[in-house]
Design a protein around this ligand. Structure first.
Ligand code: WQD
Length: 332
């Protein structure tokens, strides 16, 4: 049985759907700080299954111990964590507590339960300003926000644990820019509050929930002056997690790190154009000042995941826009 922490979140819920579609058993935990309980019903509607869910915070060791004693967990995918780059600048303590202490609490309980397989959600934010493009896993790590630094510390904790104790099977996945939604339109990304990320913000403008998109700068040295990112469809990202779990099962013990990106840079303006096509009308936007902490261009060298996991992103930016819009236009 696979435990998904953050299981009602954007990535967690999409992973839950895929694991069930693959015929595996799953149990979800989530503290609902950036997700909604309603997602559980949507998942049941999508999969036709009642899915075990426990509302706890991963820092609650006793609660986690209870889950491990109640369910025959053999592998863990750790999605739970705080992930807003600019929020982390305002609330560093919360980010280090949630992301670092949350992981340590989980690892202690896993160790006690003799469960030593974990896939960990990390981030391209760990690289900071890229020293070269595309970015390989060996690239210099110079995170510039508490969010990126908290994930860097988590990776170090995992690497040191793998070095200290035999039997750990650990895959660290560094996400670039997740976007899109399950093709059914039943689950997708529903951030609490004002979205920090580009794609959910565009979707809310398309729903007339926001007047226009603020484009943070159009004077970058990029194809059209707007920021360039490696947007990757959430379904491709989830495929990468499934491949990582399958690969870990073939290893006696291992620690490795993988970039999960498409390996192609797409600009804010190009994403806007893809959405206008998907929605069937222009998305209003205004160019404003650059946002602190933003790089001009970020995109992945994902060849390591391809070589070792046999994984390759296949879905396009247009599909990300179409799938996101299908979810949002039905969202009540
Ligand atoms: C993308 C581009 C903005 C909002 C994300 C995640 C982070 C990590 C890395 C997973 C930039 C521009 C955005 C808006 C805009 N992923 N933008 N107007 O900053 O690349 O970081 O990917 O761990 O967790 O946050 O993503 O979507 O915020 O920005 O113009 O209202 O869109 O300037 O060029 P970012 P983002």
């Amino acid at each position: 049985m696979i435990l998904l922490t953050g299981g009602l979140g954007y990535l967690g819920s999409h992973m839950a759907a895929q694991i069930i579609e693959q015929g595996h058993e799953v149990v979800l935990v989530d503290n609902l700080s950036n997700s909604q309980f309603a997602v559980l019903d949507r998942l049941s509607k999508l999969t036709g299954r009642v899915i075990p869910f426990v509302q706890i915070d991963v820092r609650d060791k006793a609660g986690l111990q209870q889950v491990f004693s109640q369910y025959p967990i053999t592998q863990v995918v750790h999605f739970a964590g705080s992930k807003s780059v600019n929020e982390s600048i305002q609330q560093p303590l919360d980010y280090y507590d949630n992301n670092v202490n949350g992981l340590i609490s989980l690892l202690y309980v896993m160790k006690e339960a003799q469960v030593k397989t974990i896939v960990f959600s990390s981030t391209a934010a760990i690289y900071g300003e890229p020293e070269a493009l595309p970015i390989p896993e060996s690239s210099r790590q110079a995170p510039i926000t508490p969010y990126g630094r908290s994930k860097q510390i988590c990776e170090q904790v995992l690497q040191d644990l793998a070095h200290a104790e035999k039997g750990w099977k650990i895959a660290v996945l560094r996400y670039f820019n997740p976007a899109g939604a399950h093709p059914s339109g039943i689950i997708g990304e529903v951030p609490n509050g004002i979205p920090n990320n580009l794609v959910p913000y565009i979707a809310q403008v398309a729903r007339d929930e926001r007047p226009f998109l603020q484009v943070f700068g159009s004077d970058y040295n990029t194809v059209d002056g707007t920021g360039v990112r490696d947007f990757i469809h959430v379904q491709d990202l989830i495929d990468g997690h499934s491949k990582a779990l399958a690969w870990l099962a073939t290893q006696p013990q291992v620690f490795d790190t993988f970039n999960l990106g498409r390996g192609e840079g797409v600009s804010v303006k190009q994403m806007l154009d893809a959405f206008s096509k998907a929605v069937g009308r222009e998305i209003p936007y205004k160019v404003v000042a650059r946002r602190d902490g933003d790089s001009a261009s970020v995109y992945a060298d994902a060849s390591h995941a391809n070589a070792l996991l046999g994984w390759q992103a296949t879905r396009t930016v247009d599909q990300m826009a179409v799938d996101t819009w299908r979810f949002y236009e039905n969202l009540v």
